[in-house]
Design a protein. Structure first.
Length: 130
């Protein structure tokens, strides 16, 4: 007896395209909330940060999660300890490169729920700590 589990679109490009579109949507939405996008898709040392924003003087490192349903968990719950560790390490590199180590910062998760051609945003400020 064999079983298989499909965890995403059969076409890996579809998942990649969906993720990029969600990041674009989240960036535009955050800007409408008064944030300034400092960097997009910043990657170093095996880690990547989807968005880096300035939110009223606070540097926020944002993980964007696109979901069509909550079947595999709500966005904030899908950011594993391993993923958080990679984001934190990458954020430290980012802050060091910019010489921003003294600036206040936090880690956010933005969930983009895709439903019937529409997108809904859930913004979890200060979702986890370093």
């Amino acid at each position: 007896m064999s079983t298989s589990r499909q965890t995403g679109p059969a076409n890996p490009r579809a998942r990649h395209t969906t993720g990029r579109a969600a990041e674009d949507f989240a960036a535009a939405w955050l800007e409408r909330q008064g944030c300034f996008v400092v960097a997009r898709r910043y990657g170093k040392r095996g880690g990547e940060i989807d968005l880096v924003i300035d939110d009223a003087g606070v540097v926020a490192f944002v993980e964007v999660k696109a979901r069509r349903s909550d079947r595999f968990g709500v966005p904030i719950a899908t950011v594993t300890a391993r993923k958080r560790a990679r984001i934190i390490a990458t954020a430290r590199t980012f802050l060091g490169e910019r010489r921003w180590r003294s600036r206040p910062c936090r880690f956010d998760v933005v969930g983009v729920r895709l439903e019937g051609g529409k997108a809904r945003i859930e913004w979890f400020r200060d979702a986890f700590r370093a």
